[in-house]
Ligand binder design. Structure first.
Ligand code: NDP
Length: 259
């Protein structure tokens, strides 16, 4: 992982699942970041216990109250992060928080469609907007030309379920609202890559594999990939990416996923 060296990063939905795994892996790096911001919508709650334990041992871990469906919460979180990092900005924003409604197409409701889109798609849009000044600062302050995840980047946690070419496991799980929200997140990633390139910010959509988390297991099947393997794979992939890869859709093993 020698290639991935960030001074600061923020992970949304960091209290469990893949988000927590990402935080744990960054803290264990030989050269850990100066700041690891863990977004969590209920920092004092029961579901944040592991994060609280980690924070008591790692002074560079800051738990940031963050509800990605709330524009106000996002703005407050951006202010909190700015107060910590000062002029050096934020290198890496990982939009990981997400929800899935395991429902048949015939049972999808306007409420489920809207809630899923608000969390999985609008959240990452607003996060990108709110943290843009900090990402720009990080890009300006990093030596070297070309885009990379070490310099300044937005990583959107997508899903192969949002692939239109290969709508993975449809027979097993329909979850149309989820698929639509991730297909839209992929388009958002492309838009962000086009708009933010001139600011030196790399953008990518990542499929983490089918992973052993609450969400991964929610349809009653056991996923094949552990959180550890998924996160190890994704960090290796992120460390290897360069300017030519901005705006792409990749999986945890570095393979291109069809849109
Ligand atoms: P989990 O359900 O295990 O965890 C989801 C995380 O997101 C929790 O920390 C949860 O917080 C947080 N979250 C949900 N809604 C919000 C919100 N509105 N504001 C802030 N935080 C929120 O999911 P995974 O770890 O499995 O998934 C992480 C990402 O990976 C998701 O984007 C998912 O779509 C994607 N993914 C996962 C796959 C898998 O197999 N697991 C496959 C493909 C993609 P809280 O504890 O408060 O609910």
């Amino acid at each position: 992982m020698a290639g991935l060296r960030v001074r600061s990063l923020l992970v949304t939905g960091a209290n469990r699942g893949i988000g927590l795994g990402l935080v744990q892996h960054f803290l264990k790096m030989p050269n850990p970041p100066q700041w690891v911001f863990a977004g969590c919508r209920d920092p004092k709650g029961q579901r944040a216990k592991e994060l609280q334990n980690l924070a008591s041992k790692h002074p560079n871990l800051v738990i940031v109250p963050l509800e990605v469906a709330s524009p106000v919460s996002i703005k407050v979180a951006a202010t909190t992060v700015r107060e910590h990092v000062g002029g050096s900005g934020l290198n890496l924003l990982i939009n990981n928080a997400g929800i899935a409604k395991i429902t048949l197409l015939e049972n999808e409701t306007p409420e489920d469609m809207t809630e899923t889109y608000t969390t999985n798609t609008v959240g990452p849009l607003l996060m990108g907007q709110a943290f843009l000044p900090l990402l720009k600062k990080a890009a300006q302050g990093s030596p070297g030309s070309g885009l990379s995840c070490s310099k300044a980047a937005i990583v959107n946690m997508s899903s192969i379920g949002g692939s239109i070419t290969n709508p993975y496991a449809w027979e097993m799980i329909q979850a149309s609202s989820y698929r639509c929200s991730k297909a839209a997140l992929n388009m958002l990633t492309k838009c962000q890559s086009l708009a933010y390139k001139e600011h030196g910010i790399f953008c990518v959509a990542l499929h983490p594999g089918w992973v052993q988390t609450d969400m991964g297991s929610s349809a009653g099947h056991t996923p094949p990939v552990t959180v550890d393997d998924s996160v190890t794979g994704m960090l290796k992939v992120l460390s290897s990416l360069s300017e030519k890869d901005t705006g792409t859709f990749l999986d945890w093993e570095g393979k291109v996923v069809p849109w």
